[in-house]
Design a protein around this ligand. Structure first.
Ligand code: ADP
Length: 911
């Protein structure tokens, strides 16, 4: 059906009967009754009126009309016209008025040739004829059609009568290219045959009216004939009725079938949707499914899903389709509105609580009232032809709406709406379930997180409390805190011995920072080994005494902000400056740690970049761990101190035993000599010559001297302690060469060694002359004792700057602090080099301790007390110098060196 044929009337598109069928029926009737034109009006249930559906006429109607003035002419174009006769009859109407009607001759006697006629019949357009325009409607009793409907009878009427009775009030006659001469009007009554056959007769309903019209009046028509004609027409119209009913049945059948098909399709969809929704916990998936479903059921050009969250008292547009296009990003970022911003929505959902259906384009008044619903995130929907709002109800509580629009009229029919409502019900439950599920999951997550936090704290505390090594414990502490707070850096600072500064003792840093120098200027920090404090880490120092940190040591916790960090960095050492300034730290959480009233140190936790603070929960966790760790640290410190004390005691005990062995041996040797010579003297006293007496007496005296020296050494060693510089010294300028010469002469041992003194007489040192000589004697004596006879012993002295000597010192003696302000000081470096057995690496430091002798010397007959080097070092240190083993190679020899401050030669000055 093309719109142009039917004047573009939309309603015609929605009629029940196919137009070709109607045309066919009408044509057949025209031919059957020899009419020139005909129209068929059918009852339109929607408006309760008859509506003209088809209007056709013979092609040659124009020619016929042209000849209509010469009625009865021999040249009349229609073969049927010869059979027409004129007749006048009276027709009784309900109002008892008498109408003049014209009957026609029985056309059945002169049927048109079917094939010729079918081609000759064409549709009549409204431009051609204003009468019976397709789409025009007639109420009961209105015009010819309404009149026939009212009387339920067929009748014949002449055109002038028609004009008089039905169109008298109109000034101008209807425009028609050809005016009919008279009309045969026939009702189409519903066939009640079936009902009658079933024994249930009922009054026949009016299906429609057929108007046949003629251009030329027939001649000689009798009332009997008219009667017959009407009966025949009625008879014929029954066939039309049957054909229409049949068609309706088929249509209904088809519709039913389609409906069934769609119903089962919907059921399937609903089943899918209900099986998808309860398990789908993602709102975005859910709405995607809704849209998918809706667009399969009805036409959708716009859709808007709005939810109301009671907890937050907000409206969320979570999904929208605008002009068939999805509005992106709503699921992640829905439009949020207060209910006061959507008063119409609020009223409709919370008070009306029912569906809303209208056509915004056709019903502008409603479109205006509901403008709020028709605009917004889904664009302007006021021009659409169908709008449907479905509330999402949960126990009479509306939790949201689904709004649909379509560009089609009547897009949302009762049946589809029912399906959509069912879907909305399922969706509503699902959304509520989802919300509950989300809430449960959040609670569960929270619980899980808390559980994990507790577990982390527990394991942190366990790893801290189970360790007694302070460094290992602190390493565990910083690592645990870093893990729990999810930071990449965590440092423990403890006060230095003097409490002047804070020294980093343990540091946790990501492996990238620890291992490789990536050129970023970050310090390379190697991860501390278990239990061993890292020297590099201890380079990180912060000022403490007199700073605000000292005042804050009693506080709970506090943050260092950039100005504070800068302030600290200004008075920090290099390590501290790097830590505070170059590691990208912006804010640090500082947790002072104390055990009872004793301050142990600070735990410093830099906040992750961009964060000024940690979450209170995390701070709480850190504080809990620190509180526990403080006592663990204190315990470990005490334990370590006690361990050290024990170790020292044990060593002392062992040394004492060794000393007793050595001392008794050392004491016994001169004592044996003394007692041996004195008893010999006694025995030989009568006959001994004065020479013998002198010899023995000398021996006794030497042994006594040895004994006395030994006792003096022991006493001396007992009196001087490490770092003890308050010895009774007489500091003066001492010529190194003279001191060395005296020392050589003082050697008690054999002179089987070659001793070379390579010493500039100009070299003078600042020292106590007897002590300097004692030191030299001791070193020379050791050299002779522990190197084979006949080998060379070299004594050299050189003038150097302190900074030049420093690198030569043994590890244990190196002390960079000494260089501060002193590096330009001149010192005299004295070396005593032998070609002896050498000293094992393991013993090289120990031999400077009290009573310690290298194991090898213990097994040789070489005598010694293990006190010489100890005493010498103390003497040299008291004179502001250092003594150490510079070099020792097994069986090649050792070099013992010491330096003392240089002074200019007093002789020179005198001169
Ligand atoms: P003593 O010589 O009385 O044992 P010292 O304190 O002088 O005590 O020396 C301690 C130890 O150092 C010696 O017992 C010896 O084992 C070792 N020692 C000292 N000087 C030398 C040396 N020049 N060569 C080899 N070993 C030496």
């Amino acid at each position: 059906m093309s719109a142009s044929t039917w004047g573009g009337t939309d309603l015609l598109a929605e009629e029940n009967y196919p137009l070709p069928l109607l045309k066919l029926l009408l044509k057949q009737m025209m031919m059957r009754f020899g009419a020139d034109g005909a129209c068929m009006a059918l009852y339109d249930e929607a408006i309760g009126q008859m509506r003209v559906r088809v209007h056709t006429r013979l092609k040659r109607a124009r020619a016929a009309a042209a000849n209509s003035s010469s009625v009865g002419s021999e040249q009349a174009p229609y073969p049927t016209e010869t059979a027409r006769r004129r007749a006048t009859v009276k027709l009784n109407m309900d109002d008892e008025e008498t109408w003049e009607v014209t009957a026609i001759s029985p056309a059945s006697h002169h049927p048109r040739s079917q094939s010729a006629a079918t081609d000759d019949i064409v549709d009549v357009s409204p431009q051609q004829c204003e009468l019976f325009v397709p789409g025009s409607t007639y109420a009961q009793s209105q015009d010819l059609i309404g009149s026939c409907w009212h009387n339920n009878e067929a009748f014949v009427m002449r055109h002038d009568n028609y004009m008089k009775h039905f169109r008298a009030d109109q000034s101008t006659p209807p425009h028609c290219d050809v005016t009919p001469a008279y009309y045969l009007v026939v009702p189409i009554r519903e066939s009640t045959l079936v009902d009658e056959a079933c024994g249930e007769p009922r009054p026949a309903a009016m299906l429609g009216v057929v108007v046949l019209y003629y251009y030329v009046e027939p001649i000689g028509v009798t009332p009997v004939y008219v009667q017959k004609q009407r009966a025949e027409a009625l008879n014929y119209s029954e066939r039309i009725a049957l054909a229409l009913q049949n068609c309706t049945l088929r249509l209904q059948d088809e519709r039913l079938r389609r409906k069934q098909r769609r119903t089962s399709e919907y059921l399937q969809l609903l089943q899918n949707i209900s099986s998808v929704f309860p398990t789908s916990v993602k709102l975005s998936d859910l709405v995607e499914n809704i849209y998918h479903f809706v667009s399969r059921v009805v036409d959708v050009s716009g859709m808007l899903l709005t939810l109301y969250d009671r907890d937050l008292d907000r409206l969320y547009d979570i999904f929208a389709i605008s002009h068939g296009q999805r509005v992106e990003g709503l699921a992640e970022k829905p439009t949020v509105r207060l209910k006061t911003e959507r008063p119409v929505w609020w009223h409709e959902t919370q008070h009306e609580k029912r569906k809303l259906l209208f056509s915004p384009a056709n019903d502008t008044e409603k479109a205006h009232i509901y403008q709020e619903l028709l605009t917004g995130v889904w664009g302007d929907q006021r021009h659409t032809r169908s709008f449907l709002l479905l509330p999402m109800k949960m126990f009479n509580r509306v939790i949201g709406t689904i709004c649909l629009t379509s560009m089609q009229s009547n897009a949302y029919q009762h049946e589809e709406i029912q399906v959509l409502e069912t879907m909305v019900q399922i969706v509503t439950v699902s959304i509520e379930n989802t919300k509950l599920y989300e809430r449960d999951r959040a609670i569960l997550n929270d619980a899980r997180q808390r559980e994990a936090q507790l577990a982390a704290i527990n394991s942190a505390l366990q790893s801290i409390s189970s360790v007694l090594n302070v460094t290992e414990l602190l390493n565990n502490l910083v690592e645990s805190v870093a893990a729990i707070t999810k930071v990449e850096l965590c440092v423990f600072f403890e006060p230095s011995a003097s409490s002047e500064e804070l020294i980093a003792h343990a540091l946790y840093a990501p492996s990238s920072v620890q291992m490789v120098d990536d050129g970023s200027g970050m310090p390379i920090i190697t991860p501390p080994k278990k239990g061993e404090p890292d020297k590099l880490i201890s380079l990180i120092q912060l000022p403490f005494k007199g700073t605000f940190l000292e005042h804050m040591a009693d506080e709970g916790f506090f943050y260092l902000d950039p100005p504070k960090l800068e302030e600290l960095a200004r008075s920090s050492n290099d390590g501290g400056k790097i830590f505070l300034g170059e590691m990208g730290i912006e804010h640090i959480l500082m947790v002072p740690m104390s055990y009872q009233t004793e301050f142990i140190g600070f735990l410093a936790v830099p906040t992750p970049s961009g964060n000024r603070f940690f979450r209170p929960k995390d701070v709480g966790t850190v504080l809990a761990i620190c509180a526990q760790a403080a006592s663990a640290i204190r315990n470990a410190q005490l334990f370590e101190q006690r361990e050290e004390a024990y170790a020292r005691l044990e060593r002392m005990d062992k040394l004492k035993d060794e000393f007793l062995v050595t001392a008794s041996h050392e004491l016994r040797t001169p004592l044996t000599a003394i007692s041996g010579y004195s008893s010999q003297l006694k025995r030989q006293s009568a006959r001994a010559t004065s020479q013998t007496v002198l010899r023995f007496a000398t021996k006794i005296s030497v042994a006594a001297q040895q004994l006395s020296d030994l006792v003096a050494s022991i006493t001396e060693a007992a009196q001087i302690g490490p770092g003890d510089r308050k010895m009774d010294l007489h500091i003066e300028a001492v010529q190194v060469l003279a001191a060395a010469e005296v020392a050589v002469n003082m050697l008690t041992h054999n002179s089987e060694h070659m001793i070379s003194l390579n010493i500039d007489p100009q070299l003078w040192i600042n020292g106590d002359a007897p002590r300097v000589r004692q030191v030299l004697t001791n070193l020379l004596e050791n050299a002779t004792k522990y190197s084979p006879p006949g080998t060379m012993i070299q004594v050299t002295a050189t003038s150097l700057l302190l900074s030049e000597v420093e690198p030569l010192l043994s590890d244990d003696q190196a002390d960079p602090t000494l260089l501060l302000d002193n590096e330009d000081i001149s010192v005299i470096l004295v070396r005593v080099k032998d070609k002896g057995e050498g000293i094992l690496a393991a013993d090289q430091q120990k031999i400077f301790e009290k009573f310690v002798r290298a194991p090898r010397s213990l097994t040789t007959p070489v005598r010694g007390s293990g006190l010489g080097l100890y005493i010498c070092r103390r003497f040299v240190e008291a004179m502001n110098g250092k003594l150490w083993l510079e070099q020792s190679i097994a069986n090649e020899g050792s070099t013992f060196s010491f330096y003392l401050p240089q002074v200019s030669s007093p002789v020179d000055t005198v001169e």
